[in-house]
Design a protein around this ligand. Structure first.
Ligand code: C5P
Length: 426
């Protein structure tokens, strides 16, 4: 086994930090998204998707089918994307000059092609190799990743011919953002409503992001959110964590190709494409983690687990009293330390929310919990809660690295995952 002296360790941390800093300036991938819009009532929702993508810095070009143009206008799409809208115009034959190889040019331009909404027709055509308009020719010519967000009547969605076509596309490695259940445009109740736009956005980012050679295919357990330690049926002990940072960490690992499992406390929505186990207390969180841990390659523990719980839970609401209430508290189990005891090849990445002496306090936790690395969060003066921007300082047994951020939690998480990939790669 190779051991490093203090100087070598510091040099390594510095080099890793330099590599990360230079990567971080360029690595947040600005994606070129070719958005196909086909003929369904949900076509109008593609306008919101374009806004979301453009606001996040991505480049969007739209390709509207003939049927799609009955539901949304090319002018709307061109205005929102800031790019010409491509496709065949039923009245004037073309919205713009259509050079012979336009479908190949557009297919090569895109980092990801997303069809939102995708009708049974376009899915059937592409699954069977039919290319009879601009969008279907692009989809067959594309060598980049492809995502489908189907929307249709419930009987069409469950028709065996359609199911077979969707399975064919899935078998080609295409991503599918499945529709939701509810009252459909036709008035019937069932599955077929276009998925939520934020889930489709997430699906596009996850589909189009470059894979990490360290994390692709690896199984990563992420804990996120607060825990609740109940006193009685109405009262609880908890903290100000929302779970935003943990959810962004889960997404960031997912985006680079990891198979993420999330154990989540709090109220936030589970992110697209990530199996999630909802938990309430620290004990619940530990039980969920212990069940998953043997199959995992590592854990990113972002959860703000309560350190104490009431000694007794009262099944009846505790009555108001005049005198002070004496509330005995017990320590909750430490999840990371418990998992560390049964660790095999697995890595452990912790988080620490500190308001002072960041490096000293976090370094002590790194050792006490047997972690590979810990990311320290500055929570002084109320910073760091909710979806506000924040800064992280990475610490390993070699010392502390350059701080990451301040950035939005989304960007911070991507940079932190990138930092950790580089650290593990060394
Ligand atoms: O001890 P402290 O809560 O500050 O440590 C923070 C790190 O330990 C975080 O990664 C957190 O998710 C984890 N933790 C844990 N089990 C606990 C408390 C914290 O795994 N009971």
């Amino acid at each position: 086994m190779v051991t490093l002296d203090k100087f070598e360790c510091l040099f390594l941390v510095h080099l890793t930090s330099l590599a990360i800093t230079s990567l971080c300036n360029t690595w947040m991938f600005i994606m070129k998204v070719l958005l196909g819009i086909t003929g369904g009532i949900a076509a109008y929702k593609s306008a919101d998707l374009i806004r979301l993508l453009v606001r996040s810095g991505h480049q969007v070009r739209c390709c509207l089918t003939d049927a799609g143009s009955r539901f949304i206008t090319p002018l709307t799409l061109a205005t929102l994307s800031g790019e010409p809208c491509f496709g065949a115009n039923p009245e004037y034959h073309e919205w713009r000059p259509n050079p012979r190889v336009e479908h190949v040019d557009l297919a090569r331009w895109a980092d990801v092609v997303a069809v939102v909404p995708a009708t049974a027709n376009i899915i059937g055509k592409v699954a069977n190799g039919i290319a009879d308009d601009l969008l279907s020719t692009i989809l067959l010519a594309a060598t980049c990743r492809i995502l489908w967000a189907p929307a249709m009547n419930r009987a069409m969605w469950s028709h065996p011919a359609f199911t077979k076509n969707l399975e064919t596309l899935s078998g080609y490695g295409h991503s599918i953002v499945e529709p939701k259940s509810g009252i459909l445009a036709c008035g019937e109740d069932g599955t077929g409503k276009l998925a939520d736009i934020d889930d489709i956005f997430d699906g596009i980012i996850a589909t189009g992001t470059e894979r990490s050679k360290i994390f692709q295919g690896k199984r990563v357990l992420v804990t996120a959110g607060p825990t609740h330690e109940d006193l009685d049926p109405v009262r609880t002990l908890t903290n100000r964590s929302t779970g935003h940072m943990g959810i962004e960490m889960a997404k960031a690992f997912r985006n680079v190709g990891a198979n993420v499992h999330l154990v989540l406390g709090g109220e936030l929505k589970s992110p697209w494409g990530i199996p999630t186990k909802r938990v309430r207390s620290a004990e619940d969180m530990l039980a969920a983690c212990l069940e998953l841990w043997p199959d995992m390659d590592g854990i990113c523990a972002t959860a703000a687990v309560a350190d104490q719980r009431p000694e007794k839970y009262s099944t009846e609401k505790i009555k108001k009293m005049e005198e002070a209430l004496n509330l005995p508290l017990l320590r909750t189990p430490d999840i990371l330390s418990t998992l560390h005891q049964t660790k095999t090849h697995q890595w452990l990445l912790g988080f620490a929310a500190e308001s002072e002496n960041f490096v000293e306090n976090a370094s002590a936790k790194l050792v006490a919990k047997g972690l590979d690395a810990i990311l320290v969060n500055d929570i002084s003066s109320g910073k760091g809660f909710g979806d506000s921007p924040n800064t992280l300082i990475p610490i390993t047994k070699c010392g502390s690295g350059n701080s990451i951020g301040p950035d939005s939690k989304e960007l911070l998480a991507s940079k932190a995952v990138n930092w950790f990939a580089n650290f593990l790669d060394k």
